[in-house]
Design a protein. Structure first.
Length: 247
């Protein structure tokens, strides 16, 4: 196995030797631990999420990030929107089940100077109530999920009803990266998706029946696959859009 020595060393030394990107509008992105480095690489260094810019003709009012991790998708969305629109006042709802990342998310939002426009919710998405065991590997938070994995420890985390958080508002964009939980999330929350205009989603490997179910369900509420899927880490990256958007 080839090891990239500089990258390996930086990941280990990131908490002491940080990297900071200064942005317009008094915003910044700081990489201060190995989790933020991995998250930044996944979000910023792959062309998939940059596509969201082409789908907006007006500045969106509400973006929901399901599986927020370190908050980098929200940072990317904010950068994209400021590059296209003169007045950006987008509200964000971030959902993250890993309790160890909540402080990281809040610091990221402060660095981006958008904390006043963001709600951060700790919980799982899928069923509307109850709890489940979340398996967290302290060496790789990107591998956090509902299935037991080697080296991971389990934590009981409550499900949250996202409908209660969103209310009757239209969701201009929903990003879904919840490590295989997308199938139950759609199954138990189909009414919510009637309020969503655009989805960017990481679709995990599953049976053909589950893939058909999720596409049929989203199609039934007016959300259709557009373009060809991209791939990252063996998963499909998909965009689904409502034919006639509501504002």
């Amino acid at each position: 196995m080839n090891v990239d020595i500089p990258f390996f060393l930086y990941r280990r030394l990131a908490r002491w030797i940080t990297c900071e990107f200064g942005l317009p509008n008094n915003q910044k992105i700081r990489l201060s631990n190995k989790y933020e480095i991995s998250s930044f690489k996944d979000v910023f260094c792959h062309p998939f999420y940059w596509q969201i810019l082409q789908h907006f003709h007006d500045s969106p009012k509400l973006i929901v990030d399901c599986g927020a991790h370190c908050g980098h998708f929200t940072a990317l969305a904010e950068i994209c929107l400021h590059s296209k629109f003169s007045n950006v006042n987008t509200e964000y709802v971030l959902v993250e089940p890993n309790p160890y990342l909540l402080a990281v998310i809040k610091q990221s939002l402060l660095n981006m100077n958008i904390a006043h426009r963001v709600q951060v919710k700790h919980g799982l998405l899928g069923k509307k109530n109850g709890s489940a065991n979340l398996w967290i590997d302290s060496k790789n938070y990107l591998a956090t999920g509902l299935h037991q994995s080697k080296g991971a420890n389990s934590f009981a985390v409550n499900f949250i009803d996202l409908q209660d958080v969103i209310g009757d508002r239209v969701v201009d964009l929903m990003k879904i990266d919840i490590e295989g939980g997308e199938f139950e999330f759609v199954r138990f929350n189909l009414e919510l998706f009637k309020q969503v205009n655009l989805i960017v989603m990481e679709l995990h490997n599953a049976s053909e029946e589950l893939h058909k179910e999720i596409f049929d369900s989203l199609r039934s509420v007016g959300l259709n696959l557009i373009g060809e899927p991209m791939y990252a880490n063996g998963q499909q990256l998909l965009i689904l859009k409502r034919n006639s958007e509501r504002h």
